[in-house]
Design a protein around this ligand. Structure first.
Ligand code: PHE
Length: 679
C-alpha cells in the first residue's frame, strides 16, 4: 500500500489537471459524436435533454467522481471498493465499457490521420484535395470520397475485407497514444497545453466558413429550432443523455482516476464546472460549424436542381463529420493547408481523450495487481488494436455505429451512471464526499447536492432506462427479433456487448488483490449497521416493496388504476428512507441496510410509474411527424436557446474564473502549488 502511495504521481499544476480533464472530456465526442447523434436523433429537440442532462446530471456527477477519486486516491475499482467492498464491480464495469470504446475510438482517429495524409499529399503535388469540388458536385464528391474511395463502404452486417488504408493509420494512432501515456501523467499534464487550445482556434475558423456559406441558415434552423414532438421519442432522450456521459468521460472511471492523481489540496467543485461548461461550449460551437455547413451543402444541391433537405443531404450516422467538415474545408482558399491543420487538431483533440481511457484501464489493472505499467500498457494496446480490426473493414463503420450506440445510448453508460449514484447515494455516506469536496474548493456545495445524487439523478436515469426498455419491448418492428422471428443481428450483438460487461466486471471484482488485504482492517470506510431508525427503515421498505409488487401486478394484468397508489408508496418510501439516512447517518450511527434498500426500491417505483405514464402518453400520441424544414429563419425559440447558452458559457466561465482567482489570491502564501494558471 505504501509503495502505491509513493508511486502515485501528481499533476504538475492546477492548470495541468484542468487541462487534462478538459482534454479527456473534449474530444472526438464533441465534433464527431455530438453532431451525428443530434442529426439522427431529434435535430434541435436533442438540445433540450442534452442541456438538461449536462448541467443537472453531468456536472454534479463530475463533482462526485472527482471527490471519490481524490478522497480515495485510487483508480475507479479500488475507489469503489473502499467505499463499499461489494461495489468494486461498478468501477470495473465502467472500465470495461471504456475498453470497448478504446477499440473503436482510435479508428476515428485513424480517419483523421488519413485525411491529414491526403492533405499533405495535395500540398506537395499542388493538386486539389481528393474530396474537393464546388456546389452539388462538391457535395457528391465529399460523400463518395469518404464512403466509396476511402472506406469502400458496404451496407449491411457483413464485415468484408480489411482496408489497409485504414489499418495503417490505426497503427499510427496506437503508437502515438502509447508514447503519450508511457511517460506518465506529468507528461500528459504538459502536452495538453498544446492539444487543448489549438482545436478551439480551428473551430472558430470553420464556424465562420460554415456561417458564410449560402444556405447556412437552413442548417442552423435544423440545429437550433426544436421540433417539439421529437421529445416524445425516448431515443431523443436516450442518446442525448448517453452523449453527455460519453462527452464528459463520466462513469468510465476516467475522471475518478484523473482526480486520484490530483494534488491533495486542489479545488474540486470549481474545476468540475469549468470542465463541464468548456465541454458543452465546444460541442455547441462544433454543432454550429457542422450544421451551417450542412445547410450550405443542402443549398448547393438545391441550386443544382436536386431538392435535398438538411436532414437528407448526407447519411446520418458516424460518417457525418467526415463528409461535412471536409466539404467545408474544401471551400476555403488554401484548402489543403486548412484541411491539414484541421485534421491535425482533430487528432490532438482525440488523442488526449483516447489516452485518458487507456490510462483509466491501465490504472485500474495496476492498482489492483501491482503489475508494472511498462508491461500492462503494451499488452493492452495490442489487444485494443486487435479488436480494432473489426472496424477497419468495409462494413466496419456500421458496426462502429452500432457499438457506439449501445455503449453510449443509455443501455451502457447512463445505466452505469445510475448505479454509481445509487451506490454512493444509498450505500455510502455521500455527505462525506460533499465535505471532502467543499473543504478544498473555491465555493461550497449545498445540501441539495446530496439529494441530487441520491434521489434526483437516480429517478431521472431510472425513468429514462425503463421508458426506453418499455419502448423497445413494445416496439412494433421488434427490437431483438422481427415479428417474423428473425434475429436482428446488430441489436443482438449490441446487447451482448453491453450485457457481458457487468459479468466480466463482477468476475474482476472477485479476483483477489495482493495489494488490498489490509484496508478492511483500516476501518476507515468500514460499514457497521446500527439499529437506529430501524422501525422507520422497515416501514419504508415494506411500503416501497408493496409499490413494486403493485407495479408488477399492473404490468401483468394490464390494469392501470393503481398507478397513483404505487406512486404514493414510492414517494413516501423515498422520503422516509431519505430521512433515515440524513438523520441517522452521522457520527458512529449507521442506518440499517433495510432502510437503504427501501430508498433504492422506492426509486425504482417512482421511475417505473413515470416511465409507464410516458409510454402511454407517447404511444397514444401516434407517430410524430417528420422534422419539417420550412423556414430558413431562426425562430424566437432558437434565439432564446442561443441566449441561454451564451449566458451559461460566458457567465458560467467568468464566474468560475473569478472565484478561482479570488480564492487563489487568498491562500497564495499558504499554497503556492495550487495557484491558478488560466491563460
Ligand atoms: N469524452 C471523450 C470525447 O468526448 C471520449 C471519452 C469517453 C473519453 C470515455 C474518456 C472516456 O471524445
Amino acid at each position: 500500500m505504501e509503495m502505491l502511495e509513493e508511486q502515485r504521481e501528481n499533476w504538475g499544476t492546477r492548470g495541468g489537471f484542468v487541462l487534462a480533464a478538459v482534454g479527456s472530456a473534449v474530444g472526438l465526442g464533441n465534433l464527431w459524436g455530438f453532431p451525428y447523434k443530434l442529426y439522427s436523433y431529434g435535430g434541435g429537440a436533442f438540445l433540450v435533454p442534452y442541456i438538461v442532462a449536462m448541467f443537472c446530471i453531468g456536472v454534479p456527477m463530475l463533482i462526485l467522481e472527482f471527490s471519490l477519486g481524490h478522497m480515495t486516491q485510487r483508480a475507479a475499482p479500488d475507489a469503489f471498493a473502499r467505499v463499499n467492498r461489494r461495489a468494486e464491480f461498478v468501477g470495473w464495469w465502467g472500465i470495461i465499457l471504456g475498453f470497448v470504446i478504446i477499440t473503436y475510438y482510435p479508428v476515428i482517429l485513424a480517419y483523421c490521420f488519413s485525411f491529414m495524409y491526403y492533405s499533405i499529399q495535395s500540398i506537395i503535388t499542388g493538386n486539389a484535395l481528393p474530396w474537393g469540388g464546388e456546389g452539388a458536385a462538391g457535395v457528391a464528391n465529399a460523400k463518395s470520397f469518404f464512403y466509396d474511395a476511402y472506406l469502400g463502404f458496404k451496407e449491411g452486417t457483413e464485415l468484408g475485407q480489411i482496408r489497409y488504408n485504414i489499418l495503417i493509420p490505426l497503427f499510427v494512432a496506437w503508437i502515438a497514444m502509447y508514447f503519450c501515456i508511457f511517460k506518465g501523467v506529468k507528461f500528459v499534464g504538459k502536452i495538453v497545453w498544446l492539444t487543448v487550445p489549438l482545436p478551439f482556434i480551428m473551430l472558430i475558423v470553420l464556424t465562420i466558413r460554415g456561417l458564410t456559406l449560402p444556405g447556412s441558415m437552413k442548417g442552423l434552423v435544423y440545429y437550433l429550432d426544436p421540433v417539439w414532438s421529437e421529445l416524445a421519442k425516448p431515443t431523443t432522450w436516450r442518446f442525448a443523455f448517453g452523449q453527455v456521459f460519453f462527452s464528459l468521460s463520466l462513469a468510465f472511471g476516467v475522471m475518478v482516476t484523473y482526480a486520484s492523481f490530483l494534488h491533495r489540496k486542489s479545488d474540486i467543485n470549481n474545476n468540475a464546472v469549468i470542465i463541464g461548461v468548456s465541454d458543452f461550449a465546444t460541442s455547441f460551437v462544433g454543432g454550429i460549424a457542422i450544421f451551417a455547413t450542412l445547410g450550405g451543402m443542402s443549398y448547393a444541391t438545391m441550386e443544382a436542381g436536386q431538392a435535398v433537405g438538411v436532414k437528407d443531404v448526407v447519411a446520418g450516422g458516424p460518417g457525418l463529420a467526415f463528409v461535412a467538415f471536409p466539404y467545408a474545408l474544401a471551400q476555403l482558399p488554401g484548402a489543403a493547408w486548412w484541411s491539414l491543420i484541421f485534421f491535425f487538431t482533430l487528432v490532438t483533440l482525440g488523442i488526449d481523450s483516447a489516452f485518458s481511457i487507456t490510462e483509466s484501464v491501465l490504472a485500474g489493472i495496476v492498482d489492483k495487481t501491482g503489475w508494472k505499467r511498462s508491461i500492462v500498457l503494451p499488452a493492452m494496446s495490442l489487444v485494443g488494436l486487435c479488436f480494432g480490426l473489426i472496424y477497419v473493414t468495409e462494413g466496419g463503420l456500421n458496426w462502429l455505429g452500432t457499438v457506439d450506440g449501445f455503449i453510449n445510448g443509455t443501455w451502457g453508460i447512463a445505466f452505469l451512471g445510475l448505479l454509481e449514484c445509487v451506490v454512493l447515494g444509498w450505500m455510502y455516506r455521500v455527505d462525506t464526499l460533499r465535505h471532502h469536496a467543499n473543504e478544498r474548493s473555491d465555493w461550497r456545495l449545498g445540501r441539495w447536492w446530496n439529494f441530487s445524487i441520491r434521489i434526483f439523478i437516480p429517478v431521472v436515469l431510472g425513468t429514462l432506462f425503463l421508458w426506453s426498455l418499455f419502448d423497445d419491448v413494445t416496439s412494433v418492428g421488434g427490437f431483438i427479433r422481427t415479428p417474423e422471428g428473425e434475429w436482428i443481428i446488430p441489436n443482438c450483438v449490441g446487447f451482448a456487448v453491453v450485457g457481458i460487461a457487468p459479468v466480466i466486471a463482477i468476475l474482476m471484482s472477485l479476483v483477489k488483490s495482493p495489494l488490498r488485504q489490509e484496508h478492511g482492517k483500516q476501518g476507515e470506510f468500514k460499514y457497521p449497521t446500527h439499529p437506529v431508525g430501524l422501525k422507520l427503515g422497515k416501514a419504508a421498505f415494506i411500503l416501497s416493496t408493496a409499490g413494486l409488487l403493485l407495479i408488477a401486478w399492473m404490468m401483468k394484468t394490464g390494469n392501470q388504476w393503481p398507478i397513483g397508489v404505487a406512486l404514493v408508496f414510492g414517494l413516501i418510501g423515498i422520503a422516509v428512507s431519505n430521512y433515515v439516512l440524513e438523520k441517522h447517518d452521522v457520527g458512529d450511527e449507521r442506518p440499517t441496510l433495510l432502510s437503504r434498500w427501501a430508498g433504492i426500491i422506492a426509486t425504482l417505483d417512482i421511475s417505473a410509474v413515470i416511465a409507464m405514464t410516458l409510454i402511454r402518453m407517447t404511444k397514444t400520441a401516434g407517430d410524430t411527424e417528420a422534422i419539417a424544414e420550412t423556414s430558413d429563419k431562426l425562430s424566437g425559440v432558437s434565439y432564446t436557446i442561443i441566449g441561454v447558452v451564451a449566458l451559461v458559457v460566458v457567465g458560467g466561465l467568468g464566474w468560475c474564473f473569478y472565484r478561482a482567482i479570488t480564492a487563489a489570491s487568498k491562500d497564495q502564501q499558504e499554497e503556492p502549488l495550487d495557484t491558478l494558471q488560466i491563460d
